[in-house]
Design a protein around this ligand. Structure first.
Ligand SMILES: C[S@@+](CC[C@H](N)C(=O)[O-])C[C@H]1O[C@@H](n2cnc3c(N)ncnc32)[C@H](O)[C@@H]1O
Length: 266
């Protein structure tokens, strides 16, 4: 589905503009280039949940503009490969790695992860994917492919903010989906697909409050910088992203859409 409102091209294409980095700091407290519902507390916990060490080989599915992968390579010392479909995101990610002279440790490739991954079997100690799989068709196949490229005993962590928790109107579904293709899932579906792929679920954690908090902060931080954002995104797109963020806030605050974090092991 064609996006009616552009979020990712404007976020990644304008990554370096001060208004966009100020918004990320104000929303998350740390700037990893996020366009997700990952709080900084969750970012800080991911290395522990994935049992990362400096010798780990790590795959990120949907790395966006690469800031968090670069952060892991720098602070944990692990090897990271980041994949994303968005050309601006991958270009930005490569520039960040180059700037920090981390080109040997962290690599980025443009890749549509709905297709079989061009990666060897049993190649990674850990895989993570923050708020990406909701955009991608054939989730069952992706999870099987992620299991294939994980080493035995390796861990997978992913989040899904599109789990239906209550009544949603057609208008709310349209606004929530206005930035691109989305798959809404019933509670329990990710657990079922994890099991079907041959992975073992360790934990499914309700993190809906993170999406409610961050969507409000992100909306308000953008509103404060309306003039600068309208100048780069245009009036109609600015308003569209604001409507999207308001919708995320309402639906998650009222628990009609849920976000869950899943940790599984091969
Ligand atoms: C909500 S953003 C999350 C980005 C990043 N993980 C973060 O935490 O900020 C979703 C990302 O998924 C990427 N994406 C969507 N469909 C994809 C696909 N088929 N293959 C690879 N990446 C995809 C988008 O380009 C975007 O960067």
């Amino acid at each position: 589905m064609e996006a009616k409102v552009d979020l990712y091209n404007s976020s990644y294409g304008n990554y370096a503009l001060s208004a966009y980095s100020e918004i990320r700091f104000e929303t998350y407290g740390e700037d990893y280039g996020q366009t997700s519902w990952v709080t900084t507390a969750e970012s800080n916990e991911i290395p522990k949940l994935l049992q990362l060490s400096s010798s780990s080989t790590v795959l990120e599915i949907g790395c966006g503009s690469g800031g968090y992968a670069v952060h892991l390579a720098k602070h944990i010392g692990c090897q990271v490969l980041g994949l994303d479909i968005n050309a601006d995101g991958v270009r930005n990610a490569k520039a960040l790695a180059e700037k920090d002279k981390l080109g040997v440790r962290v690599k980025f490739e443009q890749c549509d992860v709905s297709q079989r991954l061009p990666l060897e079997d049993n190649a990674f100690d850990a895989i993570y994917s923050n708020d990406v799989l909701c955009h991608v068709p054939r989730r069952g196949q992706i999870l099987s492919d992620l299991r294939r490229v994980l080493k035995p005993g390796g861990r997978l962590l992913f989040s899904d903010a599109l789990i239906v928790g209550g009544l949603l109107s057609n208008e709310e579904i349209a606004t929530r989906s206005s930035i691109g293709m989305y798959f809404f899932s019933p509670p329990g579906e990710n657990e079922r697909l994890i099991k079907q792929s041959g992975l073992n679920l360790i934990e499914a954690r309700d993190t809906t409050d993170s999406a409610a908090l961050l969507s409000k902060r992100w909306h308000d931080a953008r509103e404060k910088r309306k003039a600068a954002l309208v100048a780069t995104e245009g009036e109609a797109n600015f308003a569209g992203v604001q409507r999207f963020l308001e919708c995320v806030h309402t639906l998650t605050a009222e628990k009609r859409l849920l976000r869950f974090l899943y940790i599984a092991v091969k």
